[in-house]
Design a protein around this ligand. Structure first.
Ligand code: AMP
Length: 217
């Protein structure tokens, strides 16, 4: 059983790494960002509440986010373990997560932090675009669909740029997340769970390092 947290600022490559980890280790991918985007698209209560924060690049309140995560982690489909992507983002969320995992008897096995220079993050986020149908992520510079204009994953032809990837919002988003990131890493370092990986390289190389960490578990 591998129960993993992927840390990293927006654009560090958590989504791309998650796809590879899921392929090899069959973990359940839990992305709070994806869950919020789905909730917003479906106009659920949580989606409507989250929208005002997300559109500005701010964090949704910890209690709302933690409740969503607890509900998801309680589902029976998590058989081989999970990857948490985008949660926790604050030490308060990390403490809430400890409580959730205790209640569910699912101890953490690893925390991996993907590290990328700020200039790379800005470049990646502004070039990022998404499939409207399934949410798959692409990049104008480094990860175009295999067939132009067609989503590799679901075959849809409609794409969009996330509201919060637009330059006006990216700056605040990075600031908000950067402030929280160092204490969060310290939190897991003190528990002896943290591995830092250089996310500046090609996805295959980044995954090789992740694979080594997870294969030792
Ligand atoms: P992401 O796709 O991970 O970049 O998340 C998109 C947005 O969803 C973030 O900018 C936040 O507004 C919100 N969000 C996602 N995860 C969290 C979280 N753990 N805590 C608070 N807000 C979150």
């Amino acid at each position: 059983m591998i129960n993993l947290i992927l840390l990293g600022l927006p654009g560090a490559g958590k989504g791309t790494a998650s796809e590879r980890i899921v392929d090899k280790f069959h973990l359940t991918h839990i992305s709070t960002g994806d869950m919020f985007r789905e909730a917003m698209a479906n106009k659920t209560k949580v989606g409507l509440e989250a929208k005002s924060y997300i559109d500005k690049g701010n964090l949704v309140p910890d209690e709302v986010t933690a409740k969503l995560v607890e509900e998801r982690l309680s589902q029976p489909d998590i058989t081989e373990g999970f990857i948490l992507d985008g949660f926790p983002r604050t030490t308060n969320q990390a403490e809430l997560l400890d409580g959730i995992l205790d209640r569910l008897h699912k101890p953490l096995t690893s925390v991996i932090s993907l590290e990328v220079a700020e200039s790379t993050l800005v470049e990646r986020l502004s070039a990022r675009f998404m499939c409207k149908e399934c949410g798959a992520t692409y990049n104008k510079l480094s990860k175009k669909p295999k067939v132009e204009g067609t989503c590799d994953r679901c075959g849809s032809h409609e794409f969009y740029q996330r509201e919060d990837d637009k330059p006006e919002v990216v700056k605040n988003r990075l600031e908000v997340n950067e402030k929280m990131n160092a204490p969060l890493k310290d939190y897991y370092d003190q528990k002896g769970l943290l591995t830092v990986i250089d996310g500046e390289r090609a996805p295959e190389e980044v995954f090789e390092d992740i694979d080594k960490v997870l294969s030792n578990k």
